[in-house]
Design a protein around this ligand. Structure first.
Ligand SMILES: [Zn+2]
Length: 305
């Protein structure tokens, strides 16, 4: 007689360039993962996820209990439906992700916004495990945010709570949305590259500008200092409103942590929180797995595992 198959949860991270699936135990230990470039079109995106889930489940001889998805854009996390998607995603706005996955895979499925999933993952099994009041900031192509209040995700009535990327008050540079002075206009990867060029620098990606800053180039260092101080300012504003004690920062630009962290700390020592208590600021420890693990964590909570 063979041993009973291990119970697992699949977490899916559907991003603009790649789709990742992790297979986790109910304790959120990762036992397998797969990645593929995100195809064009809602049906193709779901096909890709379903294919990877089936492959991993077969490979590891496991019993799948549920599927969680973290996806960019505005989502209805109760209905499991995408409400608003960026131009990168074709036939995705209006897509009933949870229902389609439930039909295709035959297990309960749930959809969450990617930054909300990132925060859920980091509080469940990452850098801020057990935190009760936290802000998550994801700095990549854009800037996303999410709030964890009193031990749970706080999304607000429109799913927009904690979305600090397009909050004004950060200078007057043009933002990716076309308006001026938003946090994203100085802190997001593409915007860091634009600000560097405006300052007379070369046309480079933000990761390369970070390397120049680390090597001591003042112009590159100044752009990252502005980005980090802006993130500090956003943390200060959020903590004044909802008294978060903890912040977790992820996304590709956070790889330049050695540049960002001192600038964030610098702002917060100039403008300490009204509570008078320091705010704990951590870099993501789940890294590229954070959204998928967070989506799996949502399944664990929903199914009471
Ligand atoms: Zn904006």
């Amino acid at each position: 007689m063979s041993a009973p198959a291990t119970n697992v949860i699949a977490g899916v991270d559907i991003g603009g360039t790649a789709t990742q699936v992790v297979l986790c135990t109910p304790q959120l230990e990762i036992i397998g993962r797969a990645t593929t470039p995100t195809p064009r079109g809602g049906d193709a995106m779901i096909d890709a996820a379903v294919g990877m889930i089936a492959g991993l489940v077969a490979e590891h001889d496991t019993e799948l209990l549920g599927v969680g998805v973290g996806a960019a854009g505005v989502v209805d996390s109760v209905a499991g439906e995408v409400l608003v998607a960026s131009d990168t995603f074709v036939d995705w706005a209006g897509y009933r992700v949870a229902a389609e996955l439930r039909r295709r895979v035959g297990v309960p499925a749930f959809l969450e916004n990617d930054v909300n999933a990132f925060l859920t993952g980091e509080t469940a099994a990452g850098a801020i495990t057990g935190a009760t009041d936290a802000l998550a900031i994801m700095i990549g192509t854009g800037v996303g945010g999410a709030l964890w209040v009193d031990g749970r995700l706080f999304s607000g009535p429109h799913g927009a709570a904690g979305e600090i990327g397009h909050m004004p008050g950060f200078g007057d540079a043009v933002c990716s949305c076309g308006r001026h002075g938003h946090l994203e206009s100085v802190a997001a990867g593409r915007q860091i590259a634009l600000r560097y060029r405006e300052a007379g620098g070369d046309e480079l990606r933000s990761a390369e500008i970070a390397r120049r800053a680390e090597a001591g180039e003042p112009r590159a260092a100044a752009v990252f200092r502005t980005a980090g101080r802006a993130v500090g300012q956003a943390i200060s504003a959020v903590s004044a409103l909802v008294d978060v004690t903890t912040v977790v920062v992820g996304g590709g630009v956070s790889n330049a942590w050695g540049l960002l962290a001192p600038a964030i700390d610098g702002y917060l020592s100039d403008e300490p929180p009204v509570s008078g208590l320091p705010i704990r600021i951590e870099r993501s420890t789940l890294g590229k797995d954070a959204v998928a693990v967070g989506a799996a964590s949502r399944v664990r909570t929903e199914l009471g595992l």
